[in-house]
Design a protein around this ligand. Structure first.
Ligand SMILES: C[C@@](CO)(OP(=O)(O)O)[C@H](O)COP(=O)(O)OP(=O)(O)OC[C@H]1O[C@@H](n2ccc(N)nc2=O)[C@H](O)[C@@H]1O
Ligand SMILES: Nc1ncnc2c1ncn2[C@@H]1O[C@H](COP(=O)(O)OP(=O)(O)O)[C@@H](O)[C@H]1O
Length: 273
């Protein structure tokens, strides 16, 4: 048995620069990754199979073509693999929530099966396969801090001193928000490029996402009122919002408050990688 973590992805800032004729959007974003996420395990088996467990496994039970299996098949076909794999996904991240759960799972499958099958696949090979699976999947293959442009799949790794280890609290108000409709609700006005300091940036999908799911505004307001929060923003197309904290003590206090004040919301106390 081998296992791989599918780290939650955060967009520390996300600027939408324009809409392409094919309906996709040009974005500039800063990707960062959390210490925690879903967990994918592999064991021996005939053919490819996937079992789901964990708090959000049920939410994916009806998914006809899980991204994990799509990634596994793409890798198997590319490298003419004859062996099978029995996969188990411990789904801890809420589905369709702006933290790339599905993308991170697909990326974890590529990394895990490369080791499990002993393939001579380079990171560049995995990035190429990832691009076909979704705009966010290449960033999740790296799972390292990076600036993304184009569709979010042209990546440049960045080293931001002091970012690793930053205490963070992720909060989701329990409403699944599909990505396509949020991009389509974007107002079409280019607010300018992503500044070097992501704290001075924005998430341009915040306003359209609040339009789709108004409870996101309450989530942001709740996080903003937490002592010690230094930055509060929505991630991706929502609805998950995050707060970065001065220290873990105040992050933990906020997480404890959440469990009491909003027991029906999902929260994850973590640190940036
Ligand atoms: C918004 C972001 C920010 O990181 O994250 P999530 O909210 O999904 O986590 C990503 O751009 C999402 O990437 P991903 O979820 O892989 O998107 P895809 O499956 O490729 O596309 C889903 C839909 O989103 C829209 N889309 C996606 C990326 C992009 N640059 N422009 C778009 O317009 C398209 O309508 C597309 O049909
Ligand atoms: N392993 C998976 N985890 C989550 N979603 C998946 C998975 N496989 C397929 N999907 C589909 O992909 C959609 C987007 O998922 P996800 O990547 O979690 O969105 P987001 O990036 O906004 O969090 C889901 O609504 C679901 O239908």
């Amino acid at each position: 048995m081998m296992e791989e973590i599918a780290r939650a992805k955060l967009n520390l800032a996300l600027h939408v620069r324009g809409r392409e004729p094919d309906g996709y959007h040009r974005i500039e974003t800063l990707f960062a990754f959390c210490e925690h996420g879903d967990v994918l395990r592999v064991d021996e088996g005939e053919g490819l199979s996937l079992a789901l467990e964990g708090p959000y496994g049920g939410a994916l039970a009806a998914e006809p073509d899980n991204l994990v299996l799509r990634a596994a098949r793409a890798l198997r076909d590319r490298f003419a693999v004859r062996n099978g794999a029995t996969l188990t996904l411990d789904k801890r991240l809420p589905v369709a929530s702006g933290i790339g759960g599905g993308s991170a799972d697909a990326a974890a499958a590529l990394r895990l099966l490369t080791s499990w099958w002993g393939l001579a696949a380079s990171e560049a090979d995995l990035l190429e396969i990832a691009r076909l699976l979704g705009a966010d999947v290449p960033a999740c293959v790296l799972s390292r801090t990076a600036r993304g442009s184009g569709r979010g799949d042209a990546l440049v790794e960045v080293d931001l001193p002091g970012l690793a280890g930053t205490a963070a609290l992720l909060v989701n108000p329990g409403v699944p928000v599909p990505t396509g409709p949020v991009f389509r609700a974007w107002g079409g006005v280019d607010g300018g490029s992503l500044p070097e300091d992501f704290r001075l940036g924005r998430n341009d999908l915040q306003v359209p996402a609040i339009h789709v799911a108004p409870i996101i505004a309450d989530t942001l307001a709740w996080l903003e009122s937490r002592p010690g929060a230094t930055l509060v923003r929505m991630s991706g197309s929502g609805a998950t919002c995050f707060a970065l904290f001065e220290d873990e003590t105040r992050r933990d206090a906020a997480a404890a408050d959440l469990a009491v004040a909003r027991p029906d919301w999902w929260g994850m106390a973590t640190r940036l990688c």
